[in-house]
Design a protein around this ligand. Structure first.
Ligand code: NAI
Length: 322
């Protein structure tokens, strides 16, 4: 039987994979994959990793020395894997390229509505019997302009939701699809006219800090930014500055560039060391969720099903180790 070690396994995922495992031997590590933990994979045929595991060149060489032949990601983004090194080492990399795009797009809209209509504040106030409406004014989304960066599966789903709210939608994509019937602009043009900007492109070497000091300076004053893609798309220092000066009206962040080791953990007893993150979280016009945009039953079922297909397709062709 082929053995697979899951890293960074969450308590809500484990029963899904246990029920689906069939002919495979699965073991589960709560720790993330990194240079220190790669050795745990000794003797396994494959490892299964998530968004905050690190599969850089060093880690991949260690995995290869352990006999690992497959890195299977339980997510779509693969910016945390050095694919060139994996190829060199003869390790295949498979992922879940598409799963419920509604999960992420709906979460992006949920965050926007929460921030704009101050639901996070109203929730706390009314529980404390404070029924004052002071400082809770939002704005109508109807008639406002949404700028969508990245018009793939999730971006297009988000566009459909925005249209349902009566918003005008403008788009930027490095690879625009002329058949999509979308209004594409340059990034600079989009930044200048959007009331709301939502990021739906992958993190690559070209998109790291796509939104930095210059981009924030071009934005319409008071614009709301939503990031459900990857934290590295935004320069967090520049984001904090833009919030401080009022250039940015608010930020909805499901991802953060230094989220590894922070998100998915309970830090309530210890607090966090990251001062920049603490400053962001404490701002009244910022809401943060812990990389949970994908967290719907449908998305988790899709992730489990496609990951199992990846295992079967890959190991079906490879004999078991003697
Ligand atoms: P997709 O591959 O369907 O679409 C990505 C789009 O980005 C494509 O249209 C592509 O042309 C565009 N793009 C590529 N390079 C670009 C660049 N330099 N500038 C502008 N656009 C560029 O991907 P999908 O499924 O829509 O996912 C988008 C992102 O959402 C993923 O890369 C991932 O990082 C993130 N994600 C976040 C989740 C969460 O739980 N927060 C869950 C799933 C995905």
């Amino acid at each position: 039987m082929h053995g697979i070690l899951f890293y960074d396994m969450k308590e809500y995922e484990r029963p899904l994979f246990e029920a689906a495992k069939g002919e495979f031997v699965f073991d589960y590590a709560e720790s993330r994959l990194d240079e220190r933990t790669a050795a745990l994979a000794n003797g396994y045929d494959g490892v299964c990793i998530f968004v905050n595991d690190t599969a850089n060149a060093k880690v991949i060489r260690k995995l290869a020395a352990c006999g690992v032949r497959l890195i299977a990601l339980r997510c779509s983004g693969y910016n945390n894997v050095d694919t060139a090194e994996a190829e060199k080492c003869g390790i295949a990399v498979l992922r879940v390229p598409a799963y419920s795009p509604y999960s992420v797009a709906e979460h992006a809209m949920a965050m926007l509505l929460t921030l704009n209509r101050k639901i996070h504040k109203a929730y706390i106030r009314t529980r404390d019997f404070n029924f004052s409406l002071n400082h809770l004014i939002g704005f109508d989304l109807h008639g406002k302009t949404a700028g969508v960066i990245g018009t793939g599966r999730i971006g297009r789903t988000f566009i459909g939701i925005c249209r349902g709210f009566g918003m005008r939608v403008l788009c930027y994509d490095a690879f625009p699809d002329p058949a999509a019937g979308l209004a594409y602009l340059s990034l600079e043009e989009l930044l200048a006219v959007s009331d709301v900007i939502s990021l739906h492109c992958p993190l690559t070497k070209d998109t790291r800090h796509l939104l930095g000091k210059d981009a924030f300076a071009r934005m319409k004053r008071g614009c709301i930014l939503i990031n459900t893609s990857r934290g590295g798309l935004i320069d967090s220092e520049a984001l904090l500055d833009a919030l401080r000066t009022g250039r940015l009206g608010g930020a909805c962040l499901d991802v953060y560039e230094e989220e590894a080791g922070l998100f998915y953990e309970d830090k309530s007893a210890t607090g966090v060391q990251d001062e920049l993150f603490s400053l962001l979280v404490s701002r009244p016009n910022v809401i943060v969720t812990s990389h949970q945009a994908y967290l719907t039953r449908e998305a988790l079922d899709d992730i489990t099903r496609v990951t199992m297909e990846n295992f079967r397709n890959f190991f079906g062709k490879i004999p078991e180790k003697a």
